[in-house]
Design a protein around this ligand. Structure first.
Ligand code: HEC
Length: 303
């Protein structure tokens, strides 16, 4: 009996040791790109032709889904358009950069997408009240749209499972870019020049607004969206973020915070007309809920 127990003990230790060694070998030899580099999932350049499936979506259905604003605020719109990446002078919103985080770039269209925003990034104009201003935000399509890549072709699937979007890495990069700009006067001066804030009043208004946006995002990324592991592509813990917004950020009770560690894939939605009707209703409900209490921190419809 004693002997059997000893054998089991040795066998178990052996299996555990083997497991550990295998883990170590995998960690050491895993391709660098798989670990944390968002560029690892960057697909093809936006110049490749897009193939649309027959989903019975009209061009205008598509444009609405891609860019309709839903009352969400990430940063001021002019700041988003003109912000540089943290470690270079490349524009943050450039196709190459946003593609690193799995968003889908789209060409400029004077009627529907004059600033060449990627799918799911919106321009929100608020004409009065506390939230007066023009802001960049995101809508459903940032998380619920996708493309497949096959033999150099992009195959667009509207309303699809958001397979590529790395929301956490994306907003970390926004935070890094804002902090770098805040603390590097040459970077800030280039932003000021691009926005065209030439008078000293315009400069100080921009400085103040930039500081507010940067602080809000920095707080969100360092106090709310803190997780033991990066979520990775196509993974979002939407529900816990909503709850954190309701019980932590909204009422300003930091001790209610809890970690958002259950990321899942945003599901497939809006493939056919009936689905779109249901989503349209969800959208209107969410939009009215969000706009009536336009949140005081960086937000998306779910968070
Ligand atoms: C920030 C990313 C994100 C945005 C923006 C977003 N969703 Fe989702 N959505 C998710 C995730 C993640 C889930 C899965 C939640 C879960 O199961 O925990 C989900 C779930 C859903 C579901 C499935 C619910 C069910 O009953 O199974 C529908 C429908 C949906 N979203 C529609 C929408 C619509 C419409 C919008 C815009 C108003 C939207 N979503 C905006 C990430 C997002």
């Amino acid at each position: 009996m004693k002997r059997t127990r000893k054998v089991i003990c040795i066998a178990t230790s052996f299996v555990l040791a083997l497991n550990f060694a295998a883990g170590l070998v995998f960690y050491l030899f895993e391709p660098e790109s798989v670990r944390s580099d968002p560029a690892a999932s960057a697909p093809f350049s936006s110049n490749n032709g897009v193939i649309y499936l027959d989903q019975s979506w009209s061009e205008s259905d598509r444009d609405t889904w891609y860019w309709i604003p839903q009352g969400t605020v990430v940063t001021s719109y002019d700041i988003f358009l003109n912000l540089e990446c943290a470690d270079s002078q490349e524009l943050f919103r450039s196709d190459a950069n946003i593609e690193r985080y799995g968003l889908t770039p789209c060409p400029t269209n004077p009627a529907t997408n004059p600033d060449g925003l990627p799918i799911g990034v919106t321009k929100e104009v608020t004409t009065e009240g506390r939230w007066k201003g023009v802001d960049a935000g995101i809508n459903c399509a940032a998380c619920h749209n996708s493309e497949l890549f096959y033999q150099g072709k992009r195959i667009r699937i509207d309303g699809d499972v958001g397979m590529h979007f790395q929301i956490q890495a994306f907003f970390h990069a926004v935070d890094d870019a804002m902090q770098a700009t805040l603390h590097d006067s040459a970077k800030f001066d280039r932003l000021t020049a691009r926005i065209g804030a030439s008078t000293s009043d315009a400069k100080s208004e921009l400085r103040e607004r930039f500081g507010r946006d940067a602080e809000r995002i920095h707080y969100y990324m360092n106090r709310i969206l803190v997780t033991p592991h990066e979520w990775g592509p196509g993974r979002i813990d939407a529900l816990n973020l909503i709850i954190n917004r309701e019980v932590t950020i909204g009422p300003k009770i930091p001790e209610n915070w809890f970690v958002s560690l259950a990321p899942v894939k945003p599901p497939f939605c809006g493939m056919h007309r009936r689905g779109r009707g249901r989503n349209g209703a969800a959208l209107r409900k969410i939009r009215s809920a969000v706009t009536s209490v336009k949140p005081s921190a960086f937000t998306c419809p779910w968070t």
